[in-house]
Design a protein around this ligand. Structure first.
Ligand code: GAR
Length: 207
């Protein structure tokens, strides 16, 4: 069966990458296949996950490049080399320029650990998102998967899932709950939905 070629971009622990790998193995993700992992950090545990599952990976540390455009050129050439059709940002912590993102219109998705439009945009990433949710006192938070456009966390929403916030939650506890009950469920689901669309529109995407 023809599958959309997926690259997953990571920077940290890679639990979302793992959820995608698991979904692929269980058949929940069947219209797409992870053929490349791109990590912005050499020490990211996500890289170990890629190795364990024999998925090709490239490490592209932002600091190793004198400027943003060279950093992005390196990523773009890896994506082209592997014939990537769908890019998934799964805890990728480096900013990507509007120019880069525009090359992947409707073919790049991101998982964000809140219900957008709350606690999102510049400066809201990782634990900071959960700290802000607790500080505000919301009783419900969650995760969002959206298409990536030039506005940080501003692209069209694909899926969202809510998660309760409990009294006494720490950012770490809340992060774990949001990951397990929301992110790890909706990211593979969105990956399947978008992969299916890409396959349907094969002509348009040069398949
Ligand atoms: C996840 O919670 C993801 O939503 C978040 O970073 C974490 C990465 O965890 N991403 C952002 O905050 C992006 N704005 P993981 O490496 O275990 O998947």
């Amino acid at each position: 069966m023809l599958k959309a070629k997926i690259a997953v971009l990571v920077s940290g622990g890679g639990t979302n990458l793992q959820a995608l790998i698991d979904a692929q193995q269980s058949g929940k993700l069947k219209s797409g296949e992870i053929v490349l992992v791109v990590s912005s950090s050499e020490t990211a545990y996500a890289v170990e996950r890629a190795k364990k599952h024999k998925i090709p990976f490239v490490v592209v540390p932002r600091k190793a490049f004198p400027c943003q455009s060279e950093f992005e050129e390196k990523i773009q050439s890896a994506l082209e080399e592997y014939g990537i059709q769908l890019v998934i940002l799964a805890g990728f912590m480096s900013i990507l320029s509007a120019e880069f993102v525009s090359k992947w219109e409707k073919r790049m998705i991101n998982v964000h650990p809140s219900l957008i439009p709350s606690f999102c945009g510049e400066g809201f990433y990782g634990l900071k998102v959960h700290e802000a949710a607790i500080r505000y006192g919301v009783k419900v938070t969650g995760a969002t998967v959206h298409f990536v456009n030039e506005i940080p966390d501003g692209g069209e929403i694909i899926l969202q899932k809510s998660v309760p916030v409990y009294k006494g939650d720490t950012p770490e506890k809340l992060q774990k709950r949001v990951m397990e009950r929301a992110e790890h469920i909706i990211l593979p689901r969105a990956a399947e939905l978008v992969s299916r669309e890409i396959l349907k529109e094969g002509g348009k995407y040069g398949l």
